[in-house]
Design a protein around this ligand. Structure first.
Ligand SMILES: Nc1ncnc2c1ncn2[C@@H]1O[C@H](COP(=O)(O)OP(=O)(O)O)[C@@H](O)[C@H]1O
Ligand SMILES: [Mg+2]
Length: 307
């Protein structure tokens, strides 16, 4: 590669892709909630839904609303270089590029582009993000589980990858798949770094299976240092409630805390509200801890790269 061919990554130094070839490992949940928490902390956050399923909009509540373009803007940007226009103010400090069905067409476009110019295809998202990136302190990309061309474009844009994984048998396979994919973008994105692996528990007794996950991580990435100390516990009812309501976990926790207390209802001093999942606070606490660890790891990685 000649110098003139080196892609200018100015502004793309804090782009984290949540990636795992497996579905159901909390990629979308973490993108939405960690992004939401950083926005509350005052960071200017851009979330990119890079999945044709468009699930990020369910967690944030804009899916199938008038402003949801089902991935059209993102697709046009990937295929024709149209300027990207993120949805502004989905939450304070939080903008979003919606995903959805149009990304399937974009993926087909990327496949045919890759036939002519594989570098350009892998850099399609990086090129789309570069003009808006300086407006944000951090950008998160929610990757699709399958869809090779989209995953490669996501990895071509990312400075860091975060790999959510489950404490079940599929975990190992997912981790090995990610390690392999990283190899295919190293030519266009030699600085890409693994920020860490986040465990999404499959049951509350996850401590015992954590060892198995550690072994899988060492096999895939050569070191267990990449494992986040904080994990997200398994709790189905708050997970269902947030997606139904289009609120983030910390927002659900606020709703639970501000709702009538059971003893007020019993005394007749308050009316019963909709039933609220009790474990929202626990998951909210996990996500807070993971968000904090993410920032610590990011700063450590940046220090390493600067020295
Ligand atoms: N803490 C949790 N415990 C149990 N299930 C959860 C939790 N958080 C999210 N979920 C649910 O797990 C499923 C997969 O999560 P999702 O973030 O969509 O994964 P992915 O994006 O990797 O496919 C969703 O149905 C979601 O509601
Ligand atoms: Mg998802």
């Amino acid at each position: 590669m000649t110098t003139s061919e080196i892609f200018d990554r100015t502004g793309l130094d804090r782009v984290c892709a949540f990636v795992n070839g497996k579905g159901g490992v909390l990629k979308t949940t973490l993108t939405a909630n960690l992004g939401g928490l950083l926005a509350v902390a005052g960071w200017r956050v851009l979330l990119v839904d890079f999945d044709p399923q468009g699930n990020l909009g369910l967690d944030l509540g804009y899916r199938h609303q008038a402003e949801d373009d089902d991935g059209l803007g993102m697709a046009q940007s990937l295929m024709f270089g149209a300027p990207l226009n993120p949805l502004k103010g989905v939450r304070p400090n939080l903008d979003v590029v919606p995903g959805g069905a149009h990304l399937d067409q974009a993926a087909a476009g990327l496949v045919s582009l890759a036939g002519k110019d594989s570098r350009k295809a892998k850099l399609a998202l990086a090129s789309a993000l570069a003009p808006v990136a300086t407006q944000y302190d951090i950008i998160f990309i929610d990757c699709p589980p399958g869809n090779e061309p989209l995953q490669l474009a996501a990895l071509g844009a990312a400075s860091q990858i975060i790999v959510p994984t489950k404490t079940d048998r599929g975990g190992r396979e997912g981790l090995l798949g990610v390690a392999k994919r990283l190899d295919s973008v190293i030519d266009v994105n030699p600085g890409i770094d693994l920020l860490g692996v986040i465990i999404a528990a499959t049951s509350s007794s996850a401590k015992s299976v954590q060892r198995t996950v550690r072994e899988a991580i060492i096999e895939a990435f050569g070191t267990a240092d990449v494992l986040f100390e904080n994990m997200v516990r398994h709790a189905e009812s708050p997970a269902q409630a947030v997606r139904e309501r289009g609120v983030l976990v910390h927002e659900l926790e606020e709703q639970v805390n501000s709702g009538p207390k059971w003893y007020e209802v019993l005394r007749g001093t308050a009316k019963a509200g909709p039933s609220q999942p009790r474990s929202a606070g626990n998951v909210a606490e996990d996500l807070h801890n993971v968000a904090q660890e993410l920032v610590t790891r990011l700063e450590a990685a940046e220090k390493r790269n600067a020295s």
